[in-house]
Each structure stands twice: as structure tokens, then as C-alpha cells.
Design a protein. Structure first.
Lengths: 112, 116
């Protein structure tokens, strides 16, 4: 079975400083991993996905994530936070039967 | 391309009533997935359908919940005799095939069900 663990339920950064949202995965085979963002009362938007190609994945809005098999991690980063990045972020792994398994989410707060 | 359309956006039901949630997939997509998000939690898989077929309903509660995706029209998630614990956001996603890493999922904006 596949699972993901988001290590921080809340992260707070100042505008202009780097963002790090941590995610560890568990998978019995080479996983497909995703990061989604959810703004308040909105749907989910795909930020980026890893599908066994390059281990450093670049997404939208300046986000990127690095797949590290040795650490079973897929952390999301951004060099410089913007106020509009404040949202909830979900790390997701694709399992069998096309099911996605979501982490519990990390709420990102961006302060002036 | 209008994306995945869900309606209504908000739905209020009294305990014991029925709730019907609709999802129209993206044009050309024939695979639909329903997920439920309880307050302060991530999304949980409920059911995966193709046209006229339920492929995987392992995440559906055994009673009161049903889903369909008819040949014509939207996919429907139906909750009978709603209880307060059914209050949640229900998201629909669609994809164009089984290779979702290539086709990708597209999510709708969700239906927020409140049971009073």
C-alpha cells in the first residue's frame, strides 16, 4: 500500500523567504507523486508531479520538488514566498487502481 | 474547455433528507473519481467510475451512499438519509484514461455539503 506523511501541519514564513514543505512517502514500487494546492473554499490545483523521469521536478508558480529515493522524500520548495502562496498544500501518491492517496495537508501562512 | 464542473457549490440538507451531487467531467474524459474531504483532513478516495460502470468503490461507505456515471449526463453521487457526519466537501476529478500520470487528474471546485 502507498502512503504519504506530511511532517508539518502548519508552516509560517515571511514574504520573500524560502518555503520548505516536507513530505515522506511509502510505496512498494516506484511511486508517482504529486503536490496539489488548495486555496480557501476552492478546488485543487496541480503544482507538479513526479513520474520517474527527472528527480528534480519544476512546477507552476516557482515551486519545485526533489524526489529522493534514499530518503523516501518529496519535499516542496520555493526560493521566495509570496503572499498569494498562502494556502493548503497536499502531497499525494498514486496507488493501484488509479487511486490517489492524500497527505493530511500543510497550511502555509505567509507574513509580511 | 470548461474543466470539471461540479454543482451545486454549496448544499444544505436537513438530517434524513437526500443529497445529490453532480459532476460533469472535462470534455473527452471518460473516467470519474469522487473524493471526500472532512474538516481539517486530506481528501479520501470514495469511488472510481467509467461510463456505466463502477470500477472501484472501496472507499464508499457501505450504506446510504451510491454513485453512478450514466451513458449520457453527469456523474451523480447520492447520499440518502444524510446525517451530520456527512458534512464535508466532496470533490470530483476526471481523467482521460488509465495512465493518469500521463493524462493527469483534473479536479472540480467541489460541493460543500452541510447537514443541519
Amino acid at each position: 500500500a502507498q502512503s504519504v506523511t506530511q511532517l508539518d501541519s502548519h508552516v509560517s514564513v515571511s514574504e520573500g523567504t524560502p518555503v520548505l514543505l516536507r513530505c515522506n512517502y511509502s510505496s512498494s514500487y516506484s511511486p508517482s507523486l504529486f503536490w496539489y494546492v488548495q486555496h480557501p473554499n476552492k478546488g485543487l490545483q496541480l503544482l507538479l508531479k513526479y513520474t520517474s523521469a527527472a528527480t528534480l521536478v519544476k512546477g507552476i508558480n516557482g515551486f519545485e520538488a526533489e524526489f529522493k529515493k534514499s530518503e523516501t522524500s518529496f519535499h516542496l520548495t520555493k526560493p521566495s514566498a509570496h503572499m498569494s502562496d498562502a494556502a493548503e498544500y497536499f502531497c499525494v501518491v498514486r496507488g493501484g487502481g488509479n487511486k490517489l492517496t492524500f497527505g493530511t495537508g500543510t497550511q502555509l501562512k505567509v507574513e509580511l | 474547455n470548461a474543466g470539471v464542473m461540479q454543482n451545486p457549490r454549496h448544499l444544505v440538507r436537513r438530517r434524513g433528507q437526500e443529497a445529490r451531487l453532480r459532476c460533469s467531467p472535462m470534455k473527452g474524459h471518460s473516467h470519474v473519481y469522487w473524493y471526500r474531504q472532512l474538516p481539517e483532513e486530506g481528501l479520501k478516495f470514495m469511488v472510481y467510475l467509467q461510463k456505466e460502470n463502477i470500477i472501484d468503490e472501496s472507499g464508499m461507505p457501505k450504506e446510504r451512499f451510491s454513485a453512478e456515471f450514466p451513458k449520457e449526463g453527469p456523474s451523480i453521487l447520492r447520499i440518502q438519509q444524510v446525517v451530520r457526519g456527512d458534512s464535508a466537501a466532496y470533490f470530483c476529478a476526471s481523467s482521460g484514461g488509465t495512465g493518469v500520470t500521463n493524462y493527469g487528474y483534473t479536479f472540480g471546485s467541489g460541493t460543500r455539503l452541510t447537514v443541519v
